[in-house]
Design a protein around this ligand. Structure first.
Ligand SMILES: NC(=O)c1ccc[n+]([C@@H]2O[C@H](COP(=O)([O-])OP(=O)(O)OC[C@H]3O[C@@H](n4cnc5c(N)ncnc54)[C@H](O)[C@@H]3O)[C@@H](O)[C@H]2O)c1
Length: 449
């Protein structure tokens, strides 16, 4: 008998392999119990989708009012309708405020805020969520972070907190990171058809993360490490932030040079390669652009001692835009022999972008505050008011009627909400500053930013 030897490696199961197989099986047959920590703009849509594909889902929400609202069928997130929430509740979804009511879980997803505090990342919510989960972890569970953060957070900060459970990451406990790409109000690209980047602290974790998100979305994009996935999110948002700053700065120069920036942007956008359209506006808002690039520059400064100059410059330009809009408003009124002080100004849109009730970091609020400080009599039209208990209205909110438009000395369009009837604005407003360039090519009395 001839003895044969093979150079192929003998497949020795790595510690945790059985647990990986077991969890993937439970994900595939939908018997895995899912816990989403944080039921906000990101967490609630994830929870709704997980219910839709057949998981047993609990949403853990730190705000008792929010948890109660969800449990009573009332959604405060524009992208999730009461109907959708009602169907989820009927299918067994529960929103709880006390972790003790959450029950056991196999997959936990953390979608809590990651704000900046004095210019530095504030990861207190992530730490709190991970500590809460550590107390309830069982061997073979998966924890995925979705909150936006600096590269290194999942492995260096979250994993040790989870390991306080006594379970070893990779062997007994699976850990991953998957950045959220939600674009509130975007009708074409939603949670399901937007590819989802996934990562794990090791191969077993990655398999579990891929299996879970593979059940929720059309396409997953695995990357080599959690730090790489964390960087993906910051790269995407820094790219937008910098490009918006570029056209904003150009808009200011073009106006001074007497050149129509919008015409130039339209023409440049006809190039089928190597150009991507970005348009000027009153600044950047929401929870991503004003914050995420600073997470990256903070990490670069902290780790490398260097300044991320593109981010600093983009912050500088974009933060200046509300002041620039007010200067343009003053100049426009002045040309019409009016002072801003005492003029009636109707602002269209207060949220940070079209089609959302998210007012966080909205540049429109900065514009309104400056107009008020300069003595203008300001009212606003805003079809997307924030939930009860949200930010206080800086100014009276009125319906966008022909009378309101005609009564204003100046109308400042700050947000291109789909609900605004552009023909009516062009027809009835006596003077308009259109900061979004949406009234073109209509005839109207006024200017585009
Ligand atoms: N909103 C977006 O468009 C968007 C897009 C991509 C990424 N992100 C990122 O996702 C993360 C969440 O953002 P969001 O917009 O959903 O925030 P959000 O404020 O709308 O929701 C977060 C929710 O988490 C709750 N919460 C805080 N700590 C908790 C805890 N320990 N346990 C349970 N609940 C807790 C809060 O009460 C809140 O309801 C952030 O890191 C953000 O940068 C947001």
């Amino acid at each position: 008998m001839t003895e044969t030897t093979s150079s192929a490696p003998v497949a020795v199961p790595a510690p945790g392999d059985d647990l990986v197989d077991a969890l993937v099986r439970r994900i595939d047959d939908r018997s895995a119990r899912v816990l989403i920590v944080g039921q906000g703009y990101v967490g609630l849509p994830v929870a709704m989708r997980a219910v839709e594909v057949g998981f047993d889902v609990v949403g853990l929400e730190a705000s008792p009012e929010r948890a109660a609202a969800l449990q009573s069928g009332s959604s405060y997130v524009a992208d999730v309708s009461d109907d959708q929430l009602g169907r989820a509740l009927a299918a067994g979804y529960r929103a709880v405020n006390d972790p003790a009511d959450a029950g056991p879980f196999d997959v936990a997803v953390i979608t809590v805020p990651t704000p900046l505090r004095d210019g530095a990342p504030d990861l207190a919510y992530v730490e709190d969520a991970a500590t809460t989960l550590a107390r309830r972890l069982r061997a073979g569970a998966l924890v995925v972070l979705e909150s936006t953060t600096y590269p290194g957070t999942t492995d260096e900060l979250m994993r040790p907190l989870l390991e306080q459970s006594g379970l070893k990451g990779g062997a007994e406990l699976f850990v991953g990171y998957s950045p959220e790409r939600i674009d509130p109000g975007n009708a074409r690209w939603g949670f399901v058809n937007t590819p989802k980047v996934v990562s794990g602290i090791d191969a077993g974790s990655l398999r579990c993360v891929e299996a879970f998100y593979g059940a929720l979305v059309d396409k997953v994009v695995p990357v080599a490490s959690t730090a790489e996935a964390e960087l993906v999110k910051l790269l995407e948002n820094t790219f937008r932030h910098v490009n918006i700053a570029l056209v904003n700065e150009l808009a200011m120069f073009a106006d001074s040079l007497g050149i129509d920036i919008w015409g130039a942007i339209d023409a440049a956008s006809s190039k089928p390669f190597g150009y991507m359209r970005f348009t000027p506006g009153p600044g950047v808002g929401g929870h991503c652009l004003p914050i995420d690039p600073s997470y990256l520059s903070w990490r670069v400064k902290r780790r490398l001692g260097q300044t991320f100059r593109f981010v600093e410059l983009a912050n500088d330009v974009n933060e200046h835009m509300p002041d620039y809009v007010v200067t343009r408003a003053m100049t426009l009124l002045n040309r019409n022999k009016l002072a801003l002080n005492g003029s009636r100004v109707l602002v269209l849109g207060l949220s940070y972008k079209a089609g959302t009730s998210d007012w966080r970091e909205s540049p429109s609020i900065a514009v309104v505050e400056r107009l008020l400080a300069l003595g203008a009599d300001v009212r606003a039209c805003e079809p997307y008011l924030p939930e009860a208990g949200g930010p206080a209205l800086p100014t009276p909110v009125v319906d966008c009627t022909a009378d309101e438009l005609a009564a204003a000395d100046l109308v400042v369009l700050l947000v291109d909400h789909p609900d605004f009837v552009l023909d009516e604005i062009a027809e009835h407003a006596r003077l308009v500053l259109d900061t979004k360039g949406v009234l073109r090519p209509r005839e109207f009395s006024g200017e585009t930013l």
